[in-house]
Design a binder for this molecule. Sequence first.
Ligand SMILES: Cc1cc2nc3c(=O)[nH]c(=O)nc-3n(C[C@H](O)[C@H](O)[C@H](O)COP(=O)(O)OP(=O)(O)OC[C@H]3O[C@@H](n4cnc5c(N)ncnc54)[C@H](O)[C@@H]3O)c2cc1C
Length: 578
Amino acid sequence: MVTTEEIGGVGLFASLDPTQREQLSRAAADVSLVAGEYAAHEREEPALFAVLEGRIEPVRLVDGIERVLGERQPGDVFGEVPIVLGTVFPVGFRAAEASRVMRIEAPDYHALAAVVPDVAKEVGRLAAHRMGGSRGLQGLAAEPPPPRAIVVGHRWDASCSELRRFLDRNQVTFKWFTPDTPDAAERWGGSLPPEADLPAIRVVDGKTVIRPRLRRVAELLGLGTEPLAAEYDVVVVGAGPAGLAAAVYGASEGLKTIVVEREAPGGQAGASARIENYLGFPSGVSGYELASRALQQARRLGAEILVTRSILRLDTATRQLHLDGGDILRARTIILACGVAWRSLAIDGFDRLAGKGISYGAARSEARNAHGLDIHIVGAGNSAGQAAMFFSTHARSVTILCRGDRLDKSMSRYLVDQIATRPNIRTRVRTVVAAVHGDASLEAIDVHNSGTGKTTRLESGGLFIFIGADAETSWLPPDIALDHDGFVLTGSDMRATGRWRLDRDPYLLETSVPGIFACGDVRYGPVKRVAAAVGEGSMAIAFVHQYLRDAGGPDGKPRAEPAAEGSVRQRPVAALGD
Ligand SMILES: Cc1cc2nc3c(=O)[nH]c(=O)nc-3n(C[C@H](O)[C@H](O)[C@H](O)COP(=O)(O)OP(=O)(O)OC[C@H]3O[C@@H](n4cnc5c(N)ncnc54)[C@H](O)[C@@H]3O)c2cc1C
């Protein structure tokens, strides 16, 4: 408990009378921190703190890298900005050494401030001081985060687009310019690499790589690519919303957890311009931000996250997962959260122009390529609608190509209404893409109207395809039961196939192999949404605990359980898309 003497030692509270100090002593929490532990995390709810012992440093994450912004000594307070403005903490506060702080909850602070106006005045003065000036929050906000990488490459070079998309998806700030930019050499900091070596990337410490493989880029930027251990309690395949939720719950509940992600965290949600229906974000949240927050949270809680690594093979008998590059991970339990992959359009010229004006899905990094152009979106689901809204603030015009006769048959009402308010978005119904044209990049498309039977050529600065997705399960062994569209069967759907061998019932998210679970879009089920994926990812961890407890032998390891044999193909799934 914080004593009245200690309270008196904090300058802010020096004017309190003995009764007020006594009251504060009863209300304040006495928090001991080991070095590295946080008193308050970035974005935490408001509270006021005073340092009693040790040293506390404000820390902000910029591009996943921690930046220390100062320090607080015994007698100093922190949290004055959120408590005055009623906002979340703009930066985190971490113990630089073993420390002790007192924490006053917002209602207790306001009760005190109401009876001792001097405290309120002083906290207000401190908050104003922290917000203003070049070293305050105002200065921090004005300071652009230094780019972690510089990229030079051509606009319509597919590998340059892939590189930019990869950096963006991994939340790495970078500057990109084309080699014909007038001050290109100055921006690059020397003569540019020869044309044949583009794209090239230079990372913050000056290392430069030409025509880089994404794995190499990840290594240079310190994104995890190699597993730290050989065996884990849980190996999660895929870092979309389901995989990240499993990582957060797994790591926070003491399981040794690793997530292996083929590309970058966020999955499909990372490509979503604005998710309007995710609980707790009244004005919507971009998939990028949701993924970035989830990634930070999973890492903070101790989950290991590998990027640019794919699981190529799963041996259910030994519980070994084979990664590309030859590494093998042993898992006590496995969570399949590998989602779905975009369906491609089988039209002549598509593959040649993919990444050169034609994209599956939409990444934030494409926005610059769409500036002032007329672009086209194929599809009429919510993902197509969100992309249309996103590009309408960058492109001159956005045309949605809808195969059916109405958008609202497949798109949520709120999106149809939002689209109606944007004068530069138009919809062509009963229309499909018949051909694409362009040499170095996409220049025009032919669209066919099934109502009139006419084919029209339209100039196009970008074509974005949103026509649904298929389960990512071709790599799974046959003893994991799938429906005949390739989605993983779990729980009672799986049991109905007759492939379950144990006396106990399978858990809701358990596959035909005990201890292997599936969640999110890859799982057989009609709901394909972020909230469902997140919910299932967290539920999967609850089943992992039950499985480990029930199956645990004396050494706590699961006993060998018979696996289902042969692949199962069941009834088709009506996947709703998003
Ligand atoms: C453009 C767009 C907009 C959307 N908008 C909304 C919306 O507004 N609201 C909503 O609720 N839902 C929306 N959705 C749907 C939502 O994003 C998905 O339901 C959700 O992302 C599913 O999460 P998941 O984790 O199951 O799978 P995914 O998001 O598909 O993630 C799976 C991950 O696994 C990785 N992976 C696959 N195979 C392997 C392997 N073998 N090894 C390693 N990694 C692998 C993939 O690279 C991927 O990152 C949208 C989807 C899109 C595409």
